[in-house]
Design a protein around this ligand. Structure first.
Ligand SMILES: CC(C)(COP(=O)(O)OP(=O)(O)OC[C@H]1O[C@@H](n2cnc3c(N)ncnc32)[C@H](O)[C@@H]1OP(=O)(O)O)[C@@H](O)C(=O)NCCC(=O)NCCS
Length: 261
């Protein structure tokens, strides 16, 4: 199956398949897990999602590979479906990524019909970055969500450039624009150019906590002083308490809405 049909972003050299059509490609999806720093893989909510997605939502997983090298993954993308617009879920949640995974899991176990989809991740193999593939994967994600019958896609976007400005509040960073009116952040720019609208900040999109021994293992940093710790790749500093032997990373995100029809 080929996503992107007649979309002008379609590239002949790249194939993008959903796992429900090609379950045999699942190992290639997991081969790309190494792109995240270890600490980013310690969120228990994420762990739940990645452990169950192949069984519960293979249609929400995309894998891209070169037509000429079908055994080498180039990129992957994940989404999650959930019910939205009810009295309890009338606005996009402060706990972006973690919330939509919990909502999706709860809905599945209670037999509720999902009405919306949230993007969770697009990751490109490091040696294939900088070629414009982010827009291609996002277009394929949007097409896939439409294929599944949904008309709206939300995304608790993780603005990649924020890692260079740890101390800037996300509420300021996310709304910074260039002279052409597009977001200054490269990843938010890809979303907006694809048709997404920035809605608001989700201040605690993902929360990762651990003992100081765990944080030292995950990062190789000392975590030996109480206060903020700067960890490469993080979007804000990590709060460390030596007295209480724990550190907590509260990662903010930015809600983006894509209307698909
Ligand atoms: C975020 C990611 C998907 C972007 O893909 P990419 O291949 O690096 O980026 P692209 O080549 O498609 O370029 C997208 C935009 O980012 C800009 N960009 C690319 N690399 C950049 C860099 N190192 N610094 C600043 N801007 C950069 C491009 O200029 C482009 O903007 P433009 O179209 O306005 O010129 C990719 O870097 C990645 O997989 N990162 C790790 C996982 C991740 O953070 N995913 C996103 C959150 S889920």
């Amino acid at each position: 199956m080929r996503l992107l049909g007649d979309n002008p972003l379609m590239r002949d050299d790249l194939v993008i398949d959903p796992l429900d059509k090609r379950p045999d490609l699942a190992p290639m999806v997991w081969q790309l897990s190494y792109v995240w720093p270890t600490y980013m893989t310690q969120d228990p909510v994420s762990h739940f999602y990645f452990t169950t997605v192949e069984r519960d939502h293979p249609e929400h997983v995309l894998v891209a590979y070169e037509a000429a090298r079908p055994d080498v993954p180039v990129a992957r993308a994940f989404t999650v479906p959930f019910e939205f617009g009810t009295a309890q879920r009338s606005s996009l949640p402060d706990d972006g990524w973690d919330a939509v995974i919990r909502w999706g899991a709860l809905d599945l176990s209670l037999g509720r019909t999902p009405t919306h989809v949230s993007a969770l991740e697009i990751a490109i193999r490091p040696e294939r970055r900088g070629e414009g593939l982010a827009a291609v994967l996002l277009a394929a994600m949007r097409d896939n969500v439409q294929r599944l019958g949904f008309t709206e896609l939300f995304a608790p976007v993780r603005p990649t450039g924020k890692a260079n400005e740890l101390h800037t509040p996300m509420s300021e960073y996310a709304f910074r624009t260039r002279d052409d009116g597009l977001p200054a952040d490269p990843w938010l720019r890809v979303h907006v150019r694809a048709g997404g609208e920035i809605v608001r900040v989700c201040p605690r999109a993902m929360v990762i906590s651990g003992s100081l021994v765990e944080w030292r293992e995950w990062t190789g940093l000392p975590f030996d002083r109480t206060g903020d710790v700067e960890v490469p790749g993080a979007l804000v500093p990590i709060h460390c308490s030596v007295e209480h032997d724990h550190a907590v990373y509260v990662e903010p995100g930015v809600w983006v809405r894509h209307r698909l029809s």
